[in-house]
Design a binder for this molecule. Structure first.
Ligand SMILES: [Zn+2]
Length: 201
């Protein structure tokens, strides 16, 4: 211990003091070590997902349907992004799947908005706070998504469909629900997103 260097050639009583200094230092490092281990343990185990409003759920497998809203072109990259993202959500191990149904009350489309959001979500809830329908859209504003690749649009669509299952924003992990995720690499549901849906249903 470098702490003891000044006292190393002195006699008994000072050495006793040195021992105290050393044990204090030891205690401090033990406290520090425990804190670091606790922080690591928490960050490894704690979920980061957040919850908005979920659908009423009675157990078993549940299907959330979607259809194209009037703003969705017959053929567009956003349409592809949303249908791919719906398949992404259906492919992960949860009790809830997305499926296209032309009679669905959940409408997917496009919107041209000047704000910085690449996608939009509007949910409707009942008196109990359960989700009853929703609309989601990709932002076609060139200043916002003009440079977006199909993968980045898929990530955006998947994020909005995550809201459609009841997940909120999550900005701690590389999750699909993270608003600041890398949309080129995080474009389908991640473990934290799956954990969130499994918590809800
Ligand atoms: Zn969001």
């Amino acid at each position: 211990m470098r702490l003891l260097r000044h006292n190393s050639c002195t006699s008994g009583p000072v050495q006793a003091t040195s021992v105290n200094v050393l044990s204090k230092a030891k205690r401090l490092s033990i406290i520090l070590l425990i804190s670091v281990l606790l922080i690591i343990a928490i960050s490894l185990t704690a979920n980061a997902y957040t919850i908005l409003s979920r659908w009423r759920y009675n157990g078993g497998n549940m299907t959330v349907t979607y259809t194209w809203g009037p703003s969705m072109p017959f053929s567009s990259d956003w349409k592809t992004a949303f249908s791919t993202a719906a398949s992404d959500w259906s492919a992960v191990p949860t009790n809830v799947d997305y499926a296209y149904n032309s009679a669905s009350g959940n409408k997917l489309g496009i919107v041209n908005m000047p704000s910085g959001s690449a996608g939009y979500f509007w949910g409707v809830t009942d008196a109990y706070g359960y989700l009853t329908s929703f609309s989601a859209a990709g932002n076609t504003n060139q200043a916002v998504t003009g440079t977006y690749t199909s993968t980045m649009k898929r990530s955006t669509a998947g994020h909005e469909l995550g809201h459609g299952l009841g997940l909120g924003e999550e900005n701690l992990r590389a999750a699909l629900m993270n608003q600041n995720r890398n949309r080129s690499t995080v474009y389908k549901p991640q473990q934290d997103d799956i954990d969130g849906v499994n918590f809800l249903y």
